[in-house]
Design a protein around this ligand. Structure first.
Ligand code: IPM
Ligand code: MG
Length: 354
């Protein structure tokens, strides 16, 4: 029997509910495939601020760094909106990503056949996009501050990308494309931004090592339009931190709901951070109505990417698919003629199908 030590950041809002679902699913996988998953809670985000006065206490980060991988629900909430920047719950998430050096954020937006009717697009074709978002650089981590400017108080955030940062994220994208449909769309704003000029040059230089992959450049504004117009044209989409944040939300809605999109934040080691792309959804927290699927699918990504447990990861994905095929829906996927299930009921059905 193999043992895996997983740090769990339940976080805020719906975080505790959706992580509970994913842990139950992992426990079922452990029973079926004879693995042991140990869960250690790491208190991060708004709840850590409430308890310890800081969003990312050292002990919490140490738990993540000592684990085999981290599962995260969500952080944040309106009660923290007026906190100074350094104390906001989001600092915990960004801090864990940075401390673990997780530069590549994989966000797969794949259409489930059963959810075609929930998709807001007319006649959606098969959508299967892998957004590869750079996660620990760019404008999120550049120099920032507030100063006196000519127009009064002036906030600033520097966007910069170095060659080596661009190289490693686009290698991730090219290698993924080789295992998929062989196409990479690199998204930038090279008609305006210097950062994008360097980004584009480096992506093309590195592309020379991957002659079997087709590369195209897409400006970010055009990308937003194309994702709504014809999302099925994309395979792997590689982009910087800010554009990736925005475009992955857009891509998620193309496949039905942000409630089903998982993500893996990784680097060349096996220790990563696995989390839904949605936030803490404070307005529905604690009501047993959140969709647990994004976190459950994040656990499946953890099995595959961190632990190389392919069959086990597939078992979760098939169970989710089977459950959706049977007509089960959570409130975000509400459809006429379908009974709406709560977080726990949806989770139980998925577990039954494993
Ligand atoms: C995401 C979220 C985070 C981000 C927030 C909560 C800091 O929107 O993971 O997409 O911007 O990266
Ligand atoms: Mg986001």
């Amino acid at each position: 029997m193999s043992t895996f030590n997983i740090a769990v950041i339940k976080g805020d809002g719906i975080g505790p509910e959706v992580t509970a679902s994913a842990m139950n699913v992992l426990t079922k996988i452990g029973e079926r495939f004879n693995h042991k998953f140990n869960f250690t809670e790491s208190v991060c985000g708004g709840c850590a601020y409430d308890k310890y006065g800081e969003p990312l206490p050292k002990e919490s980060l140490d738990i993540c760094l000592a684990s085999d991988s981290v599962l995260l629900g969500a952080v944040g909430g309106p009660q923290y909106d007026n906190l100074p920047y350094e104390l906001r719950p989001e600092r915990a998430l960004l801090g864990v990503r940075k401390a673990m050096q997780l530069y590549a954020n994989l966000r797969p937006a794949k259409m489930f056949e059963a959810l075609k009717s929930v998709c807001p697009l007319k006649n959606p074709k098969n959508i299967d996009i892998m957004v590869v978002r750079e996660l620990i650089g760019g404008i999120y981590f550049g120099e920032k501050g507030v100063r006196d400017g000519k127009m009064g108080r002036e906030g600033y955030d520097v966007m910069a990308y170095g060659e080596l940062e661009i190289e490693r994220i686009c290698r991730t994208a090219f290698e993924l494309a080789q295992k998929r449909r062989g196409k990479v769309s690199s998204v930038d704003k090279a008609n305006v931004l210097k950062t994008s000029g360097v980004w584009r040059k480096v992506v093309h230089e590195i592309h020379e090592d991957y002659p079997d992959v087709q590369l195209e450049d897409v400006l970010v504004d055009n990308m937003a339009m194309q994702l709504v117009r014809e999302p099925s044209q994309f395979d792997v989409v590689v982009t910087g931190n800010l554009f990736g944040d925005i475009l992955s939300d857009l891509a998620s809605q193309c496949v039905g709901s942000i409630g089903i999109l998982p993500s893996a934040s990784i680097n060349e080691t096996t220790r990563g951070l696995y989390e839904p792309i949605h936030g803490s959804a404070p307005t529905i927290a604690g009501k047993n109505i959140a969709n647990p699927i994004a976190t459950i699918l994040s656990a499946a990504m953890m099995l595959k990417y961190a632990f190389n447990l392919m069959e086990e990861g597939d078992a979760i994905e098939s169970a989710v698919e089977k459950t959706l095929n049977s007509g089960a829906r959570t409130a975000d996927l509400r459809e006429e003629g379908h009974e709406v299930l709560g977080t726990r009921e949806m989770t139980d059905l998925i577990i039954k199908n494993i």
